[in-house]
Ligand binder design. Structure first.
Ligand SMILES: [Zn+2]
Length: 68
């Protein structure tokens, strides 16, 4: 189940909640003030993992200098 982050604009409370996919559009009540004005923040479902393994940086690659 994806974990969603919500924020309550009424009291400023931020909380996260596991929601099933069919509940994803529902707004859970704020655990502090029980308000229903909660807004979904960005979901952590597609959190960025370790995307550090990309092309090697630098090194002694082919120079781009134009020497004749
Ligand atoms: Zn609240």
């Amino acid at each position: 189940m994806p974990l969603y982050e919500y924020v309550c604009p009424d009291c400023g409370r931020e909380f996260d909640k596991m929601m099933r996919f069919d509940q994803a559009d529902e707004r859970p009540a704020c655990p502090t003030c029980a308000g229903k004005n909660t807004r979904k923040k960005l979901s952590l479902f597609s959190a960025k993992g370790s995307a550090a393994t990309t092309a090697p940086s630098g090194g002694c690659g082919p120079g781009r200098g134009g020497f004749t």
